[in-house]
Design a protein around this ligand. Structure first.
Ligand SMILES: Nc1nc2c(ncn2[C@@H]2O[C@H](COP(=O)(O)OP(=O)(O)OP(=O)(O)O)[C@@H](O)[C@H]2O)c(=O)[nH]1
Ligand SMILES: [Mg+2]
Length: 314
């Protein structure tokens, strides 16, 4: 649910600096100083795309479009190849991206968001940032610490809840994670909370006991509120490049994912993976993480993301 629109264009541009150096500069190098475009230019563009984490399939798809344009245009000095590439990149990110408009807060109260992913991708941090944004809108927010695996997990989410100024439900280490979800939802229902965010332990998609545990959490949640969780966010670490692509692919096979959160896009040159994941999974990116601070979660906007990447003005 993208109820808040937190986009700091300057911060986004800054975060994407390394990815820009890798992707955009290579594209520009292929076309600058060329009076006319030729096949060699197209090959160079394709190479720039392939080597910047957007994936071979998408690179070829984009170059096919550019080649079509090249063939159709009589005046070969007039072809705006970079514009055509930008357009294609925006299209890929826009697939199925409704900016969460399908989620209605009034209809679903409390609105339940379940956050999943492998270890260390940024789930807990993202929950803290989301809680903060929703609280700033004046909503009543509860977080549930259903990562009962590590003792420190409780403490970490507790710190985030305090920073965000929201309530938390937690239990001792080793408790059944679904019982935390149960308590959180019960409390949220009786005390009329607007939003419940459930944190979960990092898990690998192929660890069947952990995936069973996730299923149980979901079952318990929907036992209390039939159509919940209303949103299931998969958090992947953008800086891990190809691993992030793989995680999105594998997780979406075993559980319903309504949106992706791609974190750590600040300081990585691998931001091109955002395009690859969208192209393959057709699951919308809901948010991106561009830093460790509470304000560093941005609502994902396909147009602005590409503009920021290409260093355009907003
Ligand atoms: N630079 C940067 N760091 C981030 C971002 N999001 C999270 N982190 C950092 O990533 C590390 C792991 O974050 P957590 O939120 O603990 O990750 P997690 O998925 O909850 O981890 P587990 O509970 O162990 O599975 C922390 O040091 C965060 O500060 C981001 O967008 N940018
Ligand atoms: Mg965590």
């Amino acid at each position: 649910m993208n109820l808040f629109k937190n986009i700091n264009f300057g911060r986004l541009k800054e975060g994407l600096t390394k990815t820009r150096t890798k992707l955009v500069n290579a594209l520009n190098e292929a076309v600058t100083g060329k009076a006319v475009v030729d096949e060699k230019t197209l090959d160079e563009l394709e190479e720039a795309l392939v080597t910047s984490d957007i994936g071979i399939d998408l690179a070829q798809q984009i170059i096919e479009q550019a080649r079509k344009l090249y063939k159709e245009e009589k005046n070969k000095s007039d072809i705006r190849l970079i514009d055509s590439i930008k357009k294609e990149l925006k299209n890929v990110l826009s697939i199925n991206n409704t900016n969460g408009k399908e989620f209605q807060l009034n209809k679903n109260k409390p609105f339940v968001i379940l956050v999943v992913g492998v270890n260390g991708t940024g789930k807990t941090t993202t929950i803290g940032k989301l809680a903060y944004n929703y609280r700033m809108l004046g909503l009543k927010v509860l977080v549930g610490a259903a990562d009962t695996f590590r003792a420190a997990a409780n403490e970490q989410l507790g710190i985030w809840a305090e920073r965000a100024g929201v309530e938390i439900i937690q239990k001792f280490k080793g408790s059944d994670p679904s019982s935390v979800a149960y308590d959180a939802l019960k409390k949220a229902k009786t005390e009329e909370y607007d939003i419940v965010l459930i944190d979960t332990a990092g898990r690998l998609h192929n660890k069947s006991n952990l995936m069973q545990e996730l299923k149980k959490i979901r079952r318990v949640i929907s036992g209390i509120i039939t159509d919940a969780p209303h949103q299931t966010l998969l958090v992947v670490d953008g800086a891990t490049g190809q691993n992030a692509v793989k995680q999105a692919e594998e997780f979406s096979k075993v559980t319903d994912i309504t949106g992706l959160v791609i974190t750590k896009l600040d300081g990585t040159a691998k931001g091109g993976v955002v395009f690859q994941i969208c192209n393959r999974q057709k699951i919308p990116v809901s948010y991106i993480g561009v830093g460790e601070q509470i304000e560093d979660l941005q609502t994902f906007d396909p147009q602005l993301f590409v503009d920021a990447l290409f260093n355009e003005d907003s």
